[in-house]
Design a protein around this ligand. Sequence first.
Ligand SMILES: Nc1nc2c(ncn2[C@@H]2O[C@H](COP(=O)(O)OP(=O)(O)OP(=O)(O)O)[C@@H](O)[C@H]2O)c(=O)[nH]1
Ligand SMILES: [Mg+2]
Length: 405
Amino acid sequence: MFGKKTITSLVTAPITQNIALIRISGSQTYSIVGKIFDRSLPDYPQKKPQLIFGKIINSQKEIIDEVLLLCFYQPRSFTGEDVVEISCHGNLFIVNQILQLILENGAELAEKGEFTKQAFFNGKLNLVQAQAVNDLIRAPSLPAAQLALHNLSPETQKELEVVENELLDIIATIKVNIDYPEYDGVEYLTGKTALSRLNKLLEKLLIIKKESKKARVYQEGLRVAIVGQPNVGKSTLLNALLQEDKAIVSPLAGTTRDIVEARYNLNGIPLTLLDTAGIHEDENIFQKIKNKNHLVIINKIDQENKLQLPNDICSAENSCFSHKKILKISAKNQQLAELEAKINELFASDLINNISPYPYLSQETYLDALCGDLEVSYKLVQELSGKEYNEDLLDIIFSKFCLGK
Ligand SMILES: Nc1nc2c(ncn2[C@@H]2O[C@H](COP(=O)(O)OP(=O)(O)OP(=O)(O)O)[C@@H](O)[C@H]2O)c(=O)[nH]1
Ligand SMILES: [Mg+2]
């Protein structure tokens, strides 16, 4: 059963470093630490966390290392259980000996994300916050880290609770209206009034959805392919953006054969840029990108008089391209500020602000049918806040964590 065992793990990376941190969590924490520490611990429990200097010793009283113990007492700890964090010297032989001692005295090695899982089961974190912990650790940029921190905050938690409580209130009101129509003490609810309340709720959910979409973009980034005819300067553009000679550039058409992939940080959004081999048929490209977020770049503008643009781009009636998505540049001269701004606007802001059309509730509805739907919605919102969950979902979320978290 969860919560019964005491778990331990190296929290810091398994490499040689100045200091390593080993965490123990569970009901046996203090009895284990008592057996491997050379000094007696403060009376159990303490109201505040305790910092204690001393030595880790084995059963023969041999000194393994000088360490600092940071002692937390349940429920005031990350996991909600008794937790001791041992700061020892970051030599892996020492780390392994200490871990071995802890295991011999009754702890088990923690699985990936198990400390956070414990925190979740003990009501210290909901699923959104648990996910945010992982996002924060892995955030590829400062804005991504800030978004993850935002998701960890009590304010975000409150937003979810408002939705949850309002849904519950609507469900309860509908039920009373249906079951006790003669009862005067409760608000009279029609399909119309219920829907107007639900639309307000939907607006809130859309904002939450938008925020989480934004967080995902910053967390996972976007894949952006540079496609076009041979020799138009795709590789030159990649290199200019990266400020590095990553892809081979030559005056001969057909230089790039395999896709060249590169990471590029666009104001905190991690882009994966893909330089591709030239494609001859423009029309195919245009058809393929039509429904994707795209930008049409006309390169070699320094030689504008020599440019022969395909009709598709020039024809005003072409529905594929709105004028705002066409940009003229010279990759060779590295005039890219406008391009970067455009990429930001189109791929980041657009994607973040552009929420797929949501089916707003507007038609006449029967209260009893609506009530069934709302109960399903309520369960889903509860899943989001971690009050309802299924094991598969938990496994998926926590398996993405690193060891020691
Ligand atoms: N004048 C001028 N020449 C450019 C510009 N950008 C690229 N070139 C030149 O165009 C030629 C082709 O550039 P590449 O970047 O290799 O073109 P590509 O689209 O990757 O070509 P493929 O890989 O063969 O499809 C090279 O000689 C570049 O120096 C530009 O903005 N102005
Ligand atoms: Mg190329």
